[in-house]
Structure formats: structure tokens, C-alpha cells
Design a protein around this ligand. Structure first.
Ligand code: AMP
Length: 184
């Protein structure tokens, strides 16, 4: 199985937690665009200043802010034996960009994992987190954005390495399934 993994799923599905665990075990970098953006906001970099209002509102930041960042990140030496992308691609145009980029970098073959969790479970999980963009209005909006923009990405990968995994289980149970998939 390819060690180039894309984690898809709505906010609250457990992508960050699972990506972190798997990245540690597989010794590959965990690349979370959300974390990169939150770091940029905290440090008030130009990216952070441009991204802040979108993140606060629960909207996607414009592709123009994200694509170069991914291009640079996937060319760092630590990506040679693989990577886990968490939070990217978030819409079909980002998925098309990633396709072209990976072809250009001769990195073909991705394993796409979509974590499935019922909506009411997502909302209660998100309300239990302490993130600034996790208030109820923003949560509902982020879920709408997910349905409109990100769900079509699952279709994009339907016949190309997509695995749908039940994310409504304990972190250990989900982690065990992911481990099996990667070892297969
Ligand atoms: P996350 O931590 O993945 O939930 O991302 C938090 C926020 O960062 C999102 O609500 C978006 O505002 C922004 N974000 C993260 N990844 C992307 C992306 N690939 N494209 C656009 N916006 C993103």
C-alpha cells in the first residue's frame, strides 16, 4: 500500500487524531493544512493575516493561499518515503491541482481514506473541543461547507484508491482499521 495517504471526512471525524497516530507509527510527516493555517494566524504572518477572517467564519480560505504552500511542502526531503495529508484537498479544484502536482513530482498512487461519522456525533464532538472556530454557528457552517465543497472530493477518488472507514468507533478501533489498510 502506498504511504501517500489522503484523509477525508467532515470536521470532527477524527482525521487529525488518526493522521497523527498513523504518521508516528509509519514515520512519515503529518501535513495538516488547518494546523499550518492556525500557526500562521498565531504568528501573524502574511498568510495568517489573509486567512484569519475565513477561518473564523468557518469558510475555506481561497485556493490561492493554499496551493503554493502544498507544492512547497510536498517537495521537502522528509516527504520522500510518504506523507499523510489531513485537510487537503478540500474541494475538487484542490484535488485536481494535487493530481497534477503529484504527476509532476513522479509521486503516483495515493491511498484515500474517508472517515464516516453521523452528523449528530460530529456536532457533539466539535462542541466538546476548545478551538476558537468550534462554536455552534461556525460548526454548522463548516459542516455545510463540507457537504457542498468537500464531499464531491470523495467522488473524485471513488475509483482511485478510496477506502471508506467507519469513524464512529473508539479511536483505537478506528486506528486498528487504518493500520491494517496501510499494512495491506
Ligand atoms: P481544519 O483544521 O482542517 O478543520 O481546518 C480549519 C480551517 O482552516 C478550515 O475551516 C478552513 O478555514 C481552513 N482550511 C484548512 N485546510 C484548508 C484547505 N485545504 N482549503 C481551504 N481552507 C482550509
Amino acid at each position: 500500500m502506498s504511504k501517500r495517504l489522503i484523509f477525508l471526512g467532515p470536521p470532527g471525524a477524527g482525521k487529525g487524531t488518526q493522521a497523527e497516530r498513523l504518521a508516528t507509527v509509519a514515520a512519515i510527516p503529518h501535513i495538516s493544512t488547518g494546523e499550518i493555517i492556525r500557526g500562521a494566524i498565531a504568528q501573524q504572518t502574511p498568510l495568517g493575516q489573509k486567512a484569519k477572517s475565513y477561518v473564523d467564519a468557518g469558510d475555506l480560505v481561497p485556493d490561492s493561499l493554499i496551493l503554493d504552500l502544498i507544492r512547497e511542502r510536498l517537495q521537502q526531503p522528509d516527504t520522500a518515503s510518504g506523507w499523510i495529508l489531513d485537510g487537503f484537498p478540500r474541494n475538487v479544484s484542490q484535488a485536481e491541482f494535487l493530481d497534477r502536482l503529484l504527476r509532476e513530482l513522479n509521486q503516483d498512487g495515493v491511498c484515500v481514506i474517508s472517515l464516516n461519522v453521523p452528523e449528530e456525533v460530529l456536532v457533539s464532538r466539535l462542541l466538546g473541543r476548545q478551538r476558537q472556530d468550534d462554536n455552534e454557528t461556525t460548526i454548522r457552517h463548516r459542516l455545510d461547507v463540507y457537504h457542498q465543497e468537500t464531499r464531491p472530493v470523495i467522488e473524485f477518488y471513488r475509483d482511485r484508491g478510496l477506502h471508506i472507514v467507519d469513524g464512529d468507533r473508539s479511536p483505537d478501533a478506528v486506528g486498528a482499521t487504518l493500520q491494517e489498510l496501510v499494512n495491506a
